[in-house]
Write a protein that binds this ligand. Structure first.
Ligand SMILES: Cc1cc2nc3c(=O)[nH]c(=O)nc-3n(C[C@H](O)[C@H](O)[C@H](O)COP(=O)(O)OP(=O)(O)OC[C@H]3O[C@@H](n4cnc5c(N)ncnc54)[C@H](O)[C@@H]3O)c2cc1C
Length: 387
């Protein structure tokens, strides 16, 4: 593993930082508000997508063959971190666009599916989403109730899914349902414009307000046979392979949120004076900030270790879960203690700290709650094969 960024990766980092610092703050002011309407989310997407496309941040992991950069994982995660340093919701959009909807197609798509969907993702013409969670099947995702009944030229899907990021904006969604023949989870590409697909409840979340999360409902939805993704009955492989990569994006998101909080706090504590000196000069303030700096670097190294393995074509399941647990759990501690070090100002929306705190709470939950990551590590370390 190389501990240094290449010149190209340094350039990517710089341009992602510049983009986030220039484009995100005005959007945060307008759109990072609780209970946005579907129209507002759409309005935001219509503003952000062209900017991302112009700056080259759309579908970055889509190979050149299908119209994009074919970027390595480390570079994509650098962008994720830089975006999250400024805006959690903006970084989540990047994760869905570049990871959750791209990874399953890249790993399991037929040539025709890749041509149709990856090319459209790379150009910004289509937006994807990933749809596994159900009301009664969250951590225990394999226990899903959505059913795919086999008919002559495809399947009929019935069921509902919840907590789906970008569901209300997506043109296509990777949906997991139990195939009636095998009674096992199977992955399908669902075009959202087709009859039988609808959006249910829009969630009002504790944070990540500018990122839409919704229920989807499938009622006698017809999916043609060419939209089967991977093999019948092997959907959990598609789901879990996607999540291995997705978890790295979430680890990088938590890293960015906590690094953003740390940077803001250091600046504030250097200029805030009490008892005749800057508050940063107190050991009670700078010792924990030093500890946090160590945690941040350690999280970054865990993330890059897993990403290097992925880029080398090696298995990285355990390393991705470790990176997610370490980065997200430290992020909750770092963002909330940073708020404490900034006193009353840290608790107001004049600082970005409340937003960082709210947003990072989700990172311990989505793409597999952290106890499930611990189970993954336990299994990979041969401690147990049971949950
Ligand atoms: C903002 C947001 C966006 C999301 N986006 C998506 C999306 O785009 N697509 C999608 O499919 N899903 C999405 N999700 C859903 C997310 O992946 C699930 O919430 C997550 O997997 C946990 O499932 P659950 O909420 O049902 O919790 P539960 O499974 O009910 O778990 C609750 C708690 O119990 C713990 N737990 C469960 N079983 C065990 C066990 N055996 N041992 C120890 N502890 C256990 C868990 O770790 C967790 O802390 C999103 C969620 C959020 C909050």
């Amino acid at each position: 593993m190389n501990f240094y960024l290449t010149d190209e990766q340094k350039m990517i980092k710089e341009s992602a930082r510049e983009f986030a610092n220039k484009e995100f703050p005005p959007l945060i002011k307008i759109y990072e508000k609780p209970e946005l309407t579907r129209e507002k989310y759409k309005q935001l997407l219509d503003i952000v997508l062209p900017k991302l496309r112009k700056a080259g941040f759309l579908g970055v992991t889509v190979p050149e063959k299908y119209g994009d950069a074919g970027m390595d994982t480390i570079s994509a995660l650098i962008i994720m971190e830089e975006f999250a340093k400024v805006w959690g919701s903006g970084s989540l959009m990047f994760a869905v666009l570049n990871s959750l909807s791209v990874t399953p197609l890249l790993a399991f798509g037929t040539e025709a599916q890749k041509e149709k969907y990856l090319r459209a993702v790379a150009s910004g013409e289509k937006l994807g989403a990933y749809c596994l969670t159900e009301p009664n099947a969250g951590s225990d995702a394999g226990n899903m109730s959505t059913i795919a009944t086999k008919i002559d030229d495809g399947w009929t899907l019935n069921g509902s899914k919840m907590f789906i990021t970008h569901a209300s904006l997506a043109d296509f969604i990777i949906v997991f349902a139990k195939d009636s023949e095998t009674n096992k989870p199977t992955a399908f590409i669902v075009d959202t414009a087709t009859k039988g697909f609808s959006i249910g409840k829009m969630e009002h979340k504790a944070g990540l307000w500018a990122s839409p999360t919704a229920e989807i409902i499938l009622e006698d939805y017809f999916v043609p046979k060419e939209n089967l993704l991977g093999e019948k009955g092997k959907g959990m492989r598609v789901a879990l392979t996607t999540l291995d990569t997705g978890r790295l994006y979430i680890a990088a998101q938590a890293l960015g949120l906590s690094q953003g909080a740390w940077d803001w706090t250091v600046k504030y504590c250097k200029q805030r004076k009490q008892f005749g000196k800057a508050i940063i000069e107190n050991q009670g303030i700078y010792f924990p900030l030093v500890d946090f700096s160590i945690y941040l670097d350690a999280a970054r190294l865990l993330i890059r270790q897993a990403a290097s393995l992925k880029d080398a074509g090696e298995k990285f399941t355990k390393e991705a879960s470790m990176a997610k647990v370490f980065s997200t759990e430290n992020s909750v501690k770092i963002t909330s203690d940073c708020m404490l070090f900034c006193g009353g100002i840290g608790y107001t929306e004049e600082s970005p700290l409340p937003m960082f705190c709210r947003d990072t709470m989700a990172t311990r939950i989505y793409e597999g709650a952290n106890n499930i990551q611990r189970y993954v590590v336990a299994r990979e370390e041969n401690l147990t094969d049971k949950i």
